[in-house]
Design a protein around this ligand. Structure first.
Ligand SMILES: *Cc1c(COP(=O)(O)O)cnc(C)c1O
Length: 391
């Protein structure tokens, strides 16, 4: 164990069961540890470093803004924010943007918006939000309450009232939960932490429809699926649906802490002066980084994401220990034989030189969106090698 690992355990709150590696630098989709050992990166820092490490345009955008002004309060106008908001609205057709620092905060804002939208129009009592079983929406008390997994509903009582959890892809069960108290439905189109499960298109379209019919706020949590990850700028765009609030974070600023909440015509006026705020949200360096990320998510990159997905499927399907591949684009879930633990494969991968993630019992891959076929191939060979050593 290196000194960094020892000091970490000594002084950092032990809330993470870390894997045995100290990452120090990288280039593109290759990461380097403290001993100079190289790894193919299939995690991008949990879907954040979407152009990998040391991407020149991103580094330039960050440095240029750092040399000008690192922060300004939201009490003043700031060009990087405005440029980014305009770009996001142009690319999505949404009407307004609020900037946050993280996924959980983006979802907090969405929850507040949904409840206020309903309060303004229908008064008190119409405040329930339906989310899905196996969803994940964040670690604050409200977003834990929104999260449809019992393991997250321990210790920290009382949780926030007013969340109901419907099983994914079950229209009948969803309908039973909708009442005159419901104000919103919130979904991930591909449940990330919950096991990389893509929802059925019919289910997504039904939610869009029922939200329009009953004037519910349709919230899509694109924290993980957004910003090109699934082969679309935002994953909902694949389905021809029109959410009222879209939340995102993770990849949006290429590895800096940043989030965005997008509002449709229906919700753009819901939050007014003094009703929501943040000190760091919209930070100019993060906004400049996000502009350099979002402005380059074009058809060429999105096609690359879809092509690389095909390549992953061709390479892995039918191989020893691998049962099925789930997810969309470069959000990949790998179901493996029950007698192999995903965390063991990840640990073995680190020995062999590939960094992977898990999601429930699956191996999860979130490689940089611009990963080359060569690096991808190399990493997949190391993944298969790691699997083989555990069978
Ligand atoms: C990661 C994640 C979050 C929480 O994001 P943080 O930035 O960690 O707060 C929320 N929703 C989804 C779908 C996520 O994947």
């Amino acid at each position: 164990m290196s000194q960094i690992m020892i000091d970490d355990k000594e002084n950092i709150l032990n809330t993470y069961k870390r894997f045995n590696v100290v990452l120090t630098k990288g280039n593109g989709s290759i990461l380097v540890d403290e001993d100079g050992k190289e790894y193919v990166d299939f995690s991008s820092g949990i879907g954040t470093n979407i152009y990998g490490v040391c991407d020149k345009e991103w580094v330039d955008a960050v440095c240029e803004q750092a040399h000008k002004l690192q922060h300004t309060s939201n009490l003043y106008y700031s060009e990087p924010q405005v440029k980014l908001a305009k770009l996001l609205c142009e690319k999505t057709g949404m009407k307004k943007v609020f900037f946050s620092n993280s996924g959980a905060e983006s979802n907090e804002c969405a929850i507040k918006t949904a409840r206020k939208y309903s309060f303004d129009k229908y008064g008190e009592g119409r405040n329930e939000i339906i989310t899905l079983v196996n969803s994940f929406h964040g670690r604050t008390i409200a977003t834990l309450s929104a999260t449809g997994q019992d393991v997250f509903h321990q210790f920290f009582f009382p949780f926030v009232e007013g969340f109901k959890h419907a099983p994914a892809n079950d229209i009948e069960a969803l309908d039973k939960l909708i009442s005159n108290k419901t104000c919103a439905i919130m979904i991930e189109t591909v449940q990330g932490e919950g096991g990389v499960n893509a929802l059925n298109p019919e289910f997504i379209k039904y939610i869009d429809k029922v939200c329009k019919e009953r004037d519910l706020v349709f919230i899509v949590d694109e924290v993980q699926t957004g910003n090109g990850r699934t082969g679309y700028l935002y994953s909902y765009m694949e389905y021809g649906v029109h959410p009222d609030v879209v939340t995102t974070a993770k990849g949006i600023a290429g590895g800096l802490p940043f989030g965005a909440i997008l509002f449709s015509e229906k919700t753009e006026k819901t939050l007014g002066y003094g009703q929501h705020a943040t000190t760091f949200g919209g930070n100019p360096i993060c906004a400049a980084a996000a502009y350099s990320v979002i402005s380059r998510i074009d058809d060429k990159l999105l096609n690359h994401v879809r092509e690389m997905r095909k390549f992953i499927e061709e390479k892995l399907i039918g191989k020893p220990g691998i049962k099925s591949i789930s997810g969309k684009g470069l959000m990949v879930g790998i179901e493996i034989d029950e007698n192999i633990k995903a965390a063991d494969v990840v640990a073995k991968g680190i020995e062999n030189g590939v960094i992977m993630l898990t999601a429930k019992s699956k191996i999860r891959l979130l490689p940089p969106l611009n990963i080359s076929k060569e690096d991808l191939n190399k990493g997949l060979d190391l993944l298969l090698k790691s699997m083989k050593e555990l069978i």
